[in-house]
Design a protein around this ligand. Structure first.
Ligand code: SF4
Length: 501
């Protein structure tokens, strides 16, 4: 591989020739070298600034973050949160999440709560318990059980057989009232290695209308390094099948920062993804935390790209995908301009939850399955994390809630600010003063001082009325949101969080 390094301070590269991939199938389908432009000066990060900003920090799929949940918040507290919702008159349809934790093999980068097993009997047992939990939740939401959003995640939801999936969907429809196919968003994460085109047609018939495919990277060396060998043609065949079956939206998940990945390999993967033309693309930042996630111990530190290269990778993704017509929604998501996510962002309805960005800002999220996290009213709650504990609680006829949190006014206010910055990259200070009984400049005096430092670093601009995140700041939006997180202890290194770059 031959790179020409951009001038000092600009972490950009131009790929002249990729001698490794010249011999690979990648280059047979994409024979021309791909030119990678350096980021413009406005987006350049100096080494010292990168070092300073590359700190561990939350991804803010919730605020407060899950490590703040406590066992004092139990099933009874959850029922109380649902009652309060009922008393207020639940005006919005629910969002349902189902966690299927099983996987056939382990990917070395994985940080999910999963059970790796080839024993399909385990899934049959799990489904009997999951159905029990669904029935209990439905009884709790009786009379306000309309659903407009359903998401199957994992693990690998397609670990379930056709028959098991049909039974589970029928059970859900017996207990909840689903909006029509036109109105509702019913999505499933699909591992292309586990399905055939015929299976995709069946999933559509079973009621799913959105599909997200785990790809991560098309490069064979990267796939080998993460133990996820997935033929490019199989993935493309599944995308074609999804279109043929009438899925409304197809999304592709990629990861940057994986072992053996380079700007050149990412560039080639991007070209292939753009050619496949999915409606949404999610590009996650690989968080290497082997002290927390055992499979990651199989990844050698020396194979990982440096932080400066990672930020160039993110920049490259933003540049290529926006050139190709995608809208940069934020942090890790891109969508075609006519996709619901892009429309929701334009209309100020975008929201961030445990599945990333979402269009249903007002919906309560009811999550079923081991380790699943619900968000109902001003509360979060998480189910038991092991199958044994999850089964034990359900055997006792209890909701399997292990921990959670009830948000106070300060939490709600900070959640609103963090959500808004994550979704819209700007914040009207007056809008906060209208929504909450605070004077922004006084209540957040300490935060404004910290924001001014980030302003000096070029991540945002600050005036009497607005916080506006710059393009450079969008790449590091977590650093900006961390300023408003009152639970972060600046004197302690939070080992549970991934680095922001
Ligand atoms: S990344 Fe997904 S498919 Fe791979 S082990 Fe983790 S949950 Fe399973």
């Amino acid at each position: 591989m031959i790179y020409i390094k951009a001038p000092a301070g600009l972490h950009g590269y131009a790929v002249v020739m990729d001698t490794v991939n010249c011999r690979s199938r990648d280059m047979l389908t994409s024979p021309k070298p791909i030119a990678i432009a350096a980021p413009p000066a406005a987006l350049a990060f100096e080494e010292a600034l990168l070092r300073k900003l590359n700190q561990p920090g939350p991804r803010y799929t919730s605020y407060p973050t899950a490590d703040r949940f406590s066992e004092q918040f139990d099933a009874q507290a959850y029922c109380q949160a649902v009652s309060e919702r009922r008393a207020m008159g639940a005006r919005h349809a629910l969002s349902l999440y189902l966690h299927i934790p099983f996987c056939d093999t382990v990917c070395y980068y994985c940080a999910c709560n999963k059970v790796v097993s080839k024993n399909l009997g385990k899934a049959a047992v799990y489904l009997t318990y999951l159905q029990r939990e669904i029935a209990m939740q439905a009884a709790l939401f009786d009379g306000m059980n309309q659903v407009e959003q359903l998401h199957f995640g994992g693990g690998t939801p397609t670990y379930l057989s056709d028959r098991q999936m049909s039974e589970l969907m029928a059970h859900l429809h017996r207990h909840f009232q689903f909006a029509s196919d036109q109105l509702g968003e019913y999505s499933i994460e699909v591992d292309p290695r586990t399905v055939t085109p015929k299976r995709i047609v069946t999933l559509r018939r079973q009621g799913f209308n959105r599909l997200s495919l785990g790809v991560q990277d098309f490069n064979p060396a990267v796939q080998k390094a993460v133990n996820r060998i997935q033929a490019e043609e199989d993935t493309l065949r599944i995308i074609d099948a999804a279109r043929f079956a009438g899925f409304r939206s197809v999304s592709i998940d990629l990861i940057y920062g994986l072992p053996k990945q380079s700007l050149a390999s990412i560039a080639q993967t991007l070209e292939k993804v753009i050619a496949a033309s999915p409606d949404r693309i999610a590009i996650y930042n690989y968080a290497h935390m082997p002290h927390l996630f055992k499979p990651q111990r199989r990844i050698a530190d020396s194979d990982l790209p440096a932080p400066a290269v990672k930020i160039d990778m993110l920049f490259l993704c933003i540049q290529r995908l926006t050139e190709a017509g995608y809208v940069y929604i934020g942090m890790d998501h891109f969508a075609k301009p006519d996709d619901d996510l892009a429309i929701a962002q334009r209309q100020g309805r975008l929201h961030r939850n445990f599945q990333g960005y979402s269009t249903h800002a007002e919906s309560d999220l009811v999550a079923c399955g081991v380790s699943a996290i619900s968000a109902v009213g001003a509360s979060y709650s998480q189910n038991e994390k092991t199958l044994e504990a999850y089964y034990r609680r359900l055997d006792l006829q209890q909701l399997p809630i292990a921990r959670g949190i009830k948000l106070n006014m300060d939490d709600l206010l900070r959640r609103l600010i963090i959500q808004h910055l994550m979704c819209h990259f700007e914040l009207s200070l007056a809008s906060i003063e209208i929504a909450y009984p605070v004077r922004f400049a006084e209540y957040f005096a300490a935060e404004l001082t910290q924001l001014r430092l980030l302003e000096a670093d070029g991540l945002l601009t600050l005036d009497q009325e607005w916080i506006s995140v710059t393009m450079k700041g969008r790449l590091l939006i977590r650093n900006i949101c961390m300023v408003f997180d009152r639970y972060l202890d600046p004197h302690r290194t939070p080992l549970r969080y991934s680095k922001t770059i």
